[in-house]
Write a protein that binds this ligand. Structure first.
Ligand SMILES: [Cu+2]
Length: 149
Protein backbone atom coordinates (compact mmCIF):
# COMPACT_ATOMS: atom_id res chain seq x y z
CA UNK A 1 0.00 0.00 0.00
CA UNK A 2 2.76 2.41 1.00
CA UNK A 3 4.58 1.69 -2.25
CA UNK A 4 1.46 2.59 -4.27
CA UNK A 5 1.16 5.98 -2.52
CA UNK A 6 4.85 6.59 -3.15
CA UNK A 7 4.47 5.69 -6.83
CA UNK A 8 1.39 7.90 -7.15
CA UNK A 9 3.19 10.92 -5.69
CA UNK A 10 6.15 10.23 -7.97
CA UNK A 11 3.83 10.31 -10.98
CA UNK A 12 2.15 13.53 -9.77
CA UNK A 13 5.56 15.16 -9.33
CA UNK A 14 6.63 14.07 -12.80
CA UNK A 15 3.46 15.53 -14.32
CA UNK A 16 3.90 18.83 -12.46
CA UNK A 17 7.49 19.07 -13.59
CA UNK A 18 6.47 18.39 -17.19
CA UNK A 19 3.85 21.15 -17.02
CA UNK A 20 6.21 23.74 -15.59
CA UNK A 21 9.50 22.59 -17.06
CA UNK A 22 11.50 24.33 -19.77
CA UNK A 23 9.41 22.71 -22.50
CA UNK A 24 6.19 24.38 -21.34
CA UNK A 25 4.94 27.33 -23.34
CA UNK A 26 4.24 30.41 -21.27
CA UNK A 27 1.42 32.76 -22.27
CA UNK A 28 2.65 36.02 -23.80
CA UNK A 29 1.81 39.13 -21.84
CA UNK A 30 1.89 42.25 -24.05
CA UNK A 31 0.89 44.47 -21.11
CA UNK A 32 4.22 43.88 -19.40
CA UNK A 33 6.28 43.83 -22.61
CA UNK A 34 9.35 46.08 -22.51
CA UNK A 35 9.01 48.89 -25.07
CA UNK A 36 11.22 48.89 -28.15
CA UNK A 37 13.44 51.97 -28.23
CA UNK A 38 13.25 54.03 -31.39
CA UNK A 39 15.84 56.79 -31.61
CA UNK A 40 14.86 59.91 -33.53
CA UNK A 41 17.12 62.84 -34.35
CA UNK A 42 15.90 66.28 -35.38
CA UNK A 43 17.75 69.27 -36.82
CA UNK A 44 17.17 72.08 -39.33
CA UNK A 45 15.20 70.80 -41.14
CA UNK A 46 15.19 67.03 -40.96
CA UNK A 47 13.56 64.39 -38.79
CA UNK A 48 15.26 61.00 -38.89
CA UNK A 49 13.71 58.03 -37.03
CA UNK A 50 15.85 54.90 -36.65
CA UNK A 51 12.88 52.95 -38.04
CA UNK A 52 9.72 53.79 -39.98
CA UNK A 53 7.90 50.43 -40.06
CA UNK A 54 5.94 49.52 -36.92
CA UNK A 55 3.62 46.77 -35.69
CA UNK A 56 0.17 47.11 -34.15
CA UNK A 57 0.10 46.25 -30.43
CA UNK A 58 3.86 46.52 -29.85
CA UNK A 59 4.92 49.15 -27.30
CA UNK A 60 7.47 51.64 -28.64
CA UNK A 61 9.49 54.27 -26.79
CA UNK A 62 10.50 57.14 -29.06
CA UNK A 63 13.73 58.77 -27.80
CA UNK A 64 13.88 62.07 -29.60
CA UNK A 65 17.06 64.16 -29.63
CA UNK A 66 17.21 67.73 -30.87
CA UNK A 67 20.58 68.01 -32.61
CA UNK A 68 19.70 71.37 -34.12
CA UNK A 69 20.20 74.93 -32.94
CA UNK A 70 16.55 75.92 -32.37
CA UNK A 71 13.62 74.30 -30.54
CA UNK A 72 11.66 71.59 -32.38
CA UNK A 73 8.49 69.70 -31.54
CA UNK A 74 7.78 66.07 -32.30
CA UNK A 75 4.49 64.49 -33.29
CA UNK A 76 3.29 61.20 -34.68
CA UNK A 77 0.19 62.29 -36.51
CA UNK A 78 -1.85 62.20 -39.72
CA UNK A 79 -0.21 64.24 -42.50
CA UNK A 80 -1.03 67.93 -42.52
CA UNK A 81 -3.98 68.89 -44.69
CA UNK A 82 -3.24 71.81 -46.89
CA UNK A 83 -5.88 74.54 -46.86
CA UNK A 84 -5.19 76.65 -49.93
CA UNK A 85 -1.46 76.34 -49.39
CA UNK A 86 -1.73 77.05 -45.66
CA UNK A 87 -0.44 74.27 -43.42
CA UNK A 88 -2.39 73.06 -40.41
CA UNK A 89 -1.64 75.09 -37.27
CA UNK A 90 0.64 73.68 -34.58
CA UNK A 91 -2.37 73.42 -32.23
CA UNK A 92 -4.49 71.50 -34.76
CA UNK A 93 -1.63 69.17 -35.59
CA UNK A 94 -1.05 68.40 -31.91
CA UNK A 95 -4.75 67.82 -31.29
CA UNK A 96 -4.80 65.14 -34.03
CA UNK A 97 -1.55 63.53 -32.93
CA UNK A 98 -1.07 60.06 -31.42
CA UNK A 99 2.04 61.29 -29.60
CA UNK A 100 3.44 64.76 -28.94
CA UNK A 101 6.57 66.30 -27.45
CA UNK A 102 6.11 70.05 -27.15
CA UNK A 103 8.70 72.43 -28.64
CA UNK A 104 9.10 74.04 -25.18
CA UNK A 105 10.44 70.71 -23.94
CA UNK A 106 12.85 70.30 -26.86
CA UNK A 107 15.56 72.98 -26.76
CA UNK A 108 18.81 72.28 -28.67
CA UNK A 109 20.58 69.25 -27.18
CA UNK A 110 17.54 67.90 -25.34
CA UNK A 111 16.44 64.27 -25.49
CA UNK A 112 12.81 63.50 -24.60
CA UNK A 113 10.89 60.25 -24.71
CA UNK A 114 7.30 59.47 -25.55
CA UNK A 115 5.68 56.01 -25.39
CA UNK A 116 3.24 54.80 -28.01
CA UNK A 117 1.51 51.53 -28.86
CA UNK A 118 -0.30 51.64 -32.21
CA UNK A 119 -3.84 50.24 -32.03
CA UNK A 120 -4.49 50.07 -35.79
CA UNK A 121 -2.56 49.88 -39.03
CA UNK A 122 -1.61 52.93 -41.11
CA UNK A 123 -0.37 53.25 -44.67
CA UNK A 124 2.54 55.68 -45.27
CA UNK A 125 -0.04 58.16 -46.65
CA UNK A 126 -1.93 58.16 -43.35
CA UNK A 127 0.78 58.74 -40.76
CA UNK A 128 4.02 60.63 -40.29
CA UNK A 129 6.53 61.81 -37.74
CA UNK A 130 6.78 65.58 -37.98
CA UNK A 131 7.72 68.90 -36.46
CA UNK A 132 4.94 71.50 -36.52
CA UNK A 133 6.90 74.49 -35.30
CA UNK A 134 5.86 77.25 -37.76
CA UNK A 135 7.82 76.95 -41.00
CA UNK A 136 9.57 73.72 -40.08
CA UNK A 137 7.07 71.25 -41.56
CA UNK A 138 7.18 73.06 -44.89
CA UNK A 139 10.98 73.03 -44.77
CA UNK A 140 11.02 69.23 -44.75
CA UNK A 141 10.50 68.13 -41.15
CA UNK A 142 8.16 65.22 -41.83
CA UNK A 143 8.67 61.57 -42.70
CA UNK A 144 6.04 58.91 -43.54
CA UNK A 145 5.50 56.01 -41.10
CA UNK A 146 3.93 52.60 -41.75
CA UNK A 147 2.08 50.49 -39.17
CA UNK A 148 1.08 46.92 -40.04
CA UNK A 149 -0.71 44.12 -38.19
CU1 LIG B 1 11.28 71.80 -36.16
Amino acid sequence: MRVVVWLMSLIVCALLFAACGPGATLPTQPATQKPIEVRVTMNEFKIEPAMTNFKVGVPYRFMVTNKGTVNHDFTISPPVMQHGGMAMSTEDAHENALAVIDANDMPPGATKTVDLTFTKSYSPAELEAACHTPGHYESGMHVPLTVTQ
